[in-house]
Design a protein around this ligand. Structure first.
Ligand SMILES: [Zn+2]
Length: 188
């Protein structure tokens, strides 16, 4: 039997922060009531940034935010990812590299991934000359909502380094029948 994936508390806290700062009626408590029953117990106690939590709790929260607060497309998930990317750049990436260029952030992203999620390997396929490609392998259980958040997260990181016209997109996805998820960023 394969082990269930886990994710760090700071990813869950990032989602809760987004709800808290939004205009969602009733805030976090109201949103948590909309979670599937089996996901609710994880949120009864304070979520700590540095602890590992079941990935299923994170994805249930992301999907509930999407269904409660989204407009029926993936824009909200991408926006949440984008905000987290901005925050991570000033937080954890600032800690692992003082000079924030796109190339450095891309090259450090595999190490970041494994601090954040215990499943999957992020691999840099190409980096430089206005373009990079990263591949997320060995994570067949990645949630569809999470894939869209990662697209936004890459955009937040890229924009935060100050380059112009940064775009990110998902070019492959396990939810589209590919063997892995793959993301590209381009800038000018
Ligand atoms: Zn995907």
């Amino acid at each position: 039997m394969s082990r269930e994936p886990q994710i760090k508390g700071f990813a869950i806290r990032g989602l809760l922060k987004f709800v808290k700062e939004s205009s969602y009626a009733g805030g976090i408590p109201s949103l948590l009531e909309k979670l599937p029953i089996d996901a609710q117990p994880f949120f009864r106690e304070r979520i700590l940034s540095s602890l590992w939590y079941p990935y299923a709790a994170f994805s249930a929260l992301a999907r509930t935010i999407e269904s409660e607060m989204g407009a029926g497309d993936v824009a909200l998930l991408e926006d949440i990812g984008r905000l987290s990317g901005r925050q991570d750049l000033g937080g954890i990436f600032r800690f692992i590299t003082a000079i924030l260029t796109v190339e450095r952030v891309v090259n450090r992203s595999p190490a970041f991934w494994n601090r954040y999620c215990d499943s999957g390997e992020l691999e840099v396929v190409e980096s430089g000359q206005g373009r990079f490609t990263v591949r997320l392998k060995d994570f067949p259980k990645i949630d569809r909502a999470h894939c869209h958040m990662i697209t936004g997260w890459i955009r937040g990181l890229g924009e935060g380094t100050g380059v112009k016209n940064f775009e990110s997109r998902k070019v492959r996805c396990v939810h589209s029948g590919d063997s892995w998820c793959e993301y590209q960023g381009t800038w000018s």
